[in-house]
Design a protein around this ligand. Structure first.
Ligand code: FES
Ligand SMILES: [Fe+2]
Length: 454
């Protein structure tokens, strides 16, 4: 994708690279507040990367559609008459009006509310009022189809990109991204529950993303949830058994990990024995995964109980029970879209119970997000002040103390104490995406996941 705007001109490779130092863990706070960096992110990260659009269960029948975003470009994601899912830019080819105003629904075609141009579900322009009179039969409809984004899927999750030269979704996700999506399906087929919860927090989108790797804040920020008896932090945190997986292009997973010896014991069990053990566990404890999960997550990845982030902005939470998209809305605002995932085969009352519980964990009514949102908002605000924006963020935890290993499935993983390896990987990748002018440069210059001392 060509860029070359004034935003690119303002930030050359050297100045962009200097915004985060992976050797010391210092982050320049302008990364969280500068308007021209934000505009460059829309071009070089969001338009170029693979953005989560939907799960196949959200678009069951031909004509089912929903609105999603690639950065600030609105997209109609729609299942066509032929059953194919497409991503069409939601902007009329006449005078740019947004064609589709509903967030989701079922349509036979999309008619523009301005002058009535009508588009088929595959984006083709099929009707123009006054075509033979006002246009004298001269309008070439074949050149005025809706613009399309590339769309591909993995395990039923659809992602779209505006970059023709992007690698396939499979290659983009790599081992770590595929393990992250595999975590959601590790217990069997899932579907997205009706109703995506949406709210806006006044924070930079990256603050929300770096927090998902942050298990340091959990006992402090979320102490009230523990005190209220809602969350037993000791049962979920495992501060000395942490596992961070790092993948290409910024994908990462961070959080508790099952120690190898414990996983070896699990591996010796049948699926029926694992199920029995899971039922005997406390409510919020992650369920023991069945054998098939190893194929989805890899022999080491299957030990992760952490939080995956599919770069740039798709968070998979709590062993794959919810997902959250962090959509950028300017440098100081982020729109959060919360999805609850339920086992496809579960009876309706079990699905209702999962949805009820998850609504109280994350999302606008979630106990945990209310704690987080306030901190993210204030970190963003203080990154704007003339003096406070010069101070930098400290991300040095664990630096130089750990060992990155490679699993038999190609997983790059680090085990040990709570650390900031995941956050450093995020900002390192951010500088690489931001300083590459196209995919060829990004492929050539991005960091391979590390091995050895980190
Ligand atoms: S802007 Fe859509 S028909 Fe004119
Ligand atoms: Fe939190």
């Amino acid at each position: 994708m060509a860029d070359g705007t004034q935003h690119a001109a303002a930030w050359d490779r050297a100045t962009l690279t200097a915004l985060f130092d992976p050797e010391t863990g210092w982050l320049d706070r302008r990364v969280l507040s500068d308007e021209s960096l934000y505009q460059l992110e829309l071009e070089r990260i969001f338009a170029r990367g693979w953005n989560f659009m939907c799960h196949e269960s959200q678009l069951k029948a031909p004509g089912d559609y929903l609105i999603s975003y690639i950065g600030e470009d609105q997209v109609i994601v729609v299942r066509g008459a032929d059953g194919e899912i497409r991503a069409l830019l939601n902007t009329c080819r006449h005078r740019g009006n947004a064609l589709c105003r509903a967030e989701q629904g079922r349509a036979k075609s999309f008619v523009c509310s301005y002058h009535g141009w009508n588009y088929a579900l595959d984006g083709e322009l099929i009707g123009v009022p006054g075509q033979s009179t006002f246009y004298h039969g001269e309008l070439d409809k074949s050149r005025l189809s809706l613009a399309k984004a590339r769309i591909e899927s993995h395990l039923g999750f659809y992602f779209a990109t505006l970059a023709e030269d992007a690698p396939s979704l499979h290659d983009y996700l790599g081992v770590t991204g595929r393990a992250g999506l595999g975590m959601i399906c590790a217990h069997g087929e899932i579907e997205v529950a009706e109703g995506v919860q949406k709210n806006i927090i006044d924070c930079n989108w990256k603050i929300a993303v770096d927090n998902l790797f942050d298990w340091y804040h959990v006992p402090y920020s979320h102490a009230s949830a523990n005190t209220a008896g809602f969350l037993d932090i000791a049962r979920i945190q495992f501060p000395k058994d942490q596992m961070v997986m790092l993948g290409e292009y910024g994908h990462a997973i961070g959080g508790p990990g099952i120690p190898r010896a414990a996983q070896d014991q699990i591996n010796a069990l049948t699926d029926a024995q694992r199920m029995e053990l899971s039922h005997a566990q406390a409510d919020m404890a992650p369920r023991i995964r069945p054998r098939a999960a190893t194929d989805l997550m890899g022999p080491e990845g299957v030990r992760s109980e952490g939080h995956p982030n599919i770069f740039p902005n798709l968070w998979v939470t709590i062993s794959g029970t919810q997902m959250c998209l962090r959509l950028p809305r300017g440098p100081s605002h982020t729109e959060l879209w919360w999805y609850t995932l339920v086992p496809k085969a579960a009876p309706p009352e079990a699905k209702r119970e999962i949805i009820r519980r998850m609504n109280h964990v994350f999302g606008p009514a979630g106990l945990l997000e209310q704690d987080d949102g306030e901190n993210w908002s204030q970190s963003t605000r203080s990154s704007r002040g003339v003096a406070s924006r010069t101070l930098g963020h400290n991300l040095q935890m664990g630096l130089g103390h750990d060992e990155a290993k490679v699993g038999a499935g190609g997983e790059h993983y680090i085990e040990g104490l709570i650390s900031e390896h995941g956050q450093r990987w995020l900002y390192r990748a951010w500088t690489e995406w931001m300083s590459a002018r196209d995919w060829a440069e990004l492929k050539a210059n991005h960091s391979a996941p590390p091995t050895g001392r980190v």
